[in-house]
Design a protein around this ligand. Structure first.
Ligand code: ATP
Length: 248
């Protein structure tokens, strides 16, 4: 039904190395079908929030010590990352993480590894990814390690799409990209959201671009949500303008 939350994060605390309290009670809702943005400066806790959701903290010696994480009203805090992928939630990590020695196309196909619906369906989705990212079709035989930062971001997103997710957690898609390319990436996020119905939760330091594409935003500071609201309202908020949009 309309207005249903695909994901609910309730008052989570995250501690690294048993002592460093980084998230101090973060709550957020991700409505089904939305693009929801987590905003905030360097070190605010955006990446930690995404990793807490997708259960990727363990390798960083981090743990959720308080609060709950619900996906479709079920607690997923104890699930391992691959179980979450099976539930349709996939994370695209900051810094892209392509398999550098594989070709672009081989990278995309690795995204389909959990699927059991056969080669024809997978090939059809490869074509879908190439429709969203024509540049990747041109580069499909190239070794991923030799493609540009923007192309690697596209590979990482394309690989995520190959798992046919309901929800993508997208960490800092604009990082290190020229403004024009950032715009292109967000245009594709919007298109995938509208055409495939994929829900996005994205972490982004570039408040300006994120608030133009997201429906809803949460601003994190020092491990706490300090403000949240519909993106259109946040864009007009004087504090957001002064501190995050670089104009008052
Ligand atoms: P960035 O844009 O730099 O990724 P962020 O908002 O995503 O910023 P996080 O990466 O979540 O912030 O980091 C939040 C805080 O947690 C920072 O102070 C960071 O130093 C700390 N932190 C992150 N990872 C670890 C770790 N593995 N061990 C200890 N502290 C960590």
């Amino acid at each position: 039904n309309a207005g249903e939350n695909l994901l609910e994060v309730n008052n989570i605390e995250v501690i690294y190395n048993h002592v460093i309290l980084v998230l101090k009670g973060v709550s957020l809702n991700v409505p089904k079908g939305s693009i929801t943005a987590i905003l905030g400066g360097n070190g605010a806790g955006k990446t930690t929030t995404l990793k807490a959701i997708s259960n990727l903290l363990q390798s960083e010696r981090g743990e959720v010590t308080k609060g709950t994480i619900l996906h479709m009203n079920e607690n997923v805090a104890e699930l391992n990352p691959s179980a979450l992928v099976k539930r349709g939630v996939i994370q695209v990590m900051e810094g892209r993480h392509c398999f550098e020695h594989l070709t672009v196309e081989e990278n995309l196909l690795t995204g389909a590894y959990t699927r059991t619906d056969g080669k024809a369906a997978i090939n059809a989705d490869l074509e879908m990814v190439y429709d969203y990212f024509p540049r990747l079709k041109e580069r499909r035989k190239s070794q991923a390690g030799y493609t540009s930062g923007g192309e690697q971001q596209m590979v990482a997103m394309g690989r995520a799409l190959m798992s046919r997710p309901d929800m993508i957690l997208l960490d800092e898609p604009s990082m290190g990209l020229a403004p024009q390319l950032v715009e292109q990436i967000f245009e594709i996020v919007k298109k995938v959201n509208e055409q495939e119905g994929v829900t996005f939760l994205l972490a982004e330091q570039n408040t300006n671009v994120a608030l133009r594409y997201a429906h809803y935003g949460y601003i994190l500071e020092n491990g706490r949500v300090v403000m949240d609201g519909p993106a259109a309202e946040l864009r007009e908020n004087p504090d957001v303008k002064e501190f995050y949009l670089g104009m008052s």
